[in-house]
Design a protein around this ligand. Structure first.
Ligand code: GLV
Length: 328
């Protein structure tokens, strides 16, 4: 008998075919994530769950799934999953690192450029028929070349952003819990504490994962330290930034602009005051959204799911100790 799996959203064909070949799989076909009560009903007999970052997978849900062996998240971030609870229950968790690094770094840089050069605002200007002549003092933005970039979180995506920034002749600071000397040599980036990074950077870009320690890492105090000409870019997770404090900082001119691919909550309400600001560019969490990358992510998530169902170590485990301790 094939093992049972539940998939919480329609996947690219290739990934779905891999899963169907190996499992008796059911998919939630809704446009929005499956409601919690549906998840509770569907997990009762499954061995594998393939989910997205919009699905909260917590201890009560795991307790409703006595057969569950593997949770495969189709994302690199896994703050939507209680990994500790999964480990305690012997459930292996997989994610999709690496394949989305360059695509997400592209988007972070696109957001930086769009915000610095006020591209969405300029587009609205043209659409509104306000372009009457070439003007010397209208829609002036910030230079990117030669500016100082502060990268908070020098992991895979942070370092990929640094590569792009060095091509633009930017001076680069980084802050991380770990010093990354290999990048210091390769990219000429300078390690610094968060305070100096915030005080001296023209652009600050966030690439840390969401955890208790990084929740509201950028709050009122941090925004106050930043230059009045500074621009904040967030492509990591919304709750890393205190959004109310950010609104006040943008409204009062304490910083110049922000570019956000992630918000808190997601989706952001259409009535959120941040959306009324011309100096805030908000995208709907599309960091990894290229056709090629999303296909690779889904394939990787399918591979993690299938390996977990076989009782094997998935290619990208988040809590490998679950299986290594069984073997040892
Ligand atoms: C997207 O945000 C991801 O974590 O893959």
């Amino acid at each position: 008998m094939k093992p049972k799996a539940y998939v919480t959203r329609i996947l690219p064909d290739k990934a779905w075919e891999m899963i169907e070949k190996f499992c008796e799989a059911e998919v939630w076909e809704g446009e929005l994530p499956p409601p919690r009560e549906v998840l509770f009903e569907k997990v009762t007999e499954i061995g594998g769950l393939l989910c997205l970052l919009t699905d909260e997978i917590d201890a009560p849900l795991m307790d409703a799934a006595p057969e569950l062996k593997v949770i495969s998240n189709c994302a690199v971030g896994y703050d939507n999953i209680d990994v500790k609870a999964a480990t305690e229950r012997g459930i292996i968790v997989g994610n999709t690192p690496g394949v989305l690094t360059e695509t997400t770094a592209d988007l972070a840089f696109a957001l930086l450029m769009a915000t610095a050069r006020r591209i969405p605002e300029a587009t609205r200007f043209v659409q509104a028929g306000k372009w009457k002549t070439w003007e010397l003092t209208v829609l002036l933005g910030q230079d990117i070349h030669g500016a100082t970039l502060g990268i908070v979180g020098m992991g895979r995506i942070g370092s990929a952003v640094a590569k792009r920034a060095s091509g633009f002749g930017m001076k680069i600071f980084y802050h991380d819990v770990l010093r990354r000397e290999e990048f210091e040599e390769e990219l000429g980036v300078v390690f610094t504490d968060l305070e100096r990074l915030l005080r001296e950077s023209d652009f600050v870009t966030l690439h840390v994962s969401l955890a208790k320690e990084t929740h509201h890492l950028i709050g009122r105090k941090e925004l106050e330290i930043m230059k009045p000409t500074a621009i904040l870019i967030n492509t990591s997770r919304g709750p890393i930034v205190d959004q109310e404090a950010l609104y006040d900082a943008l409204k009062s001119g304490q910083i110049t602009a922000a570019g956000l691919d992630v918000t808190d909550p997601e989706p952001i309400s259409p009535d959120d005051p941040l959306l009324s600001l011309d100096n805030c560019v908000v995208l709907p969490h599309i960091g990894s959204a290229s056709i090629a990358t999303r296909t690779k992510m889904a394939t990787m998530a399918a591979e993690n799911l299938i390996a977990g169902l076989k009782g094997e170590m998935p290619p990208n485990p988040v809590n490998p100790e679950v299986l290594s301790s069984r073997v040892g």
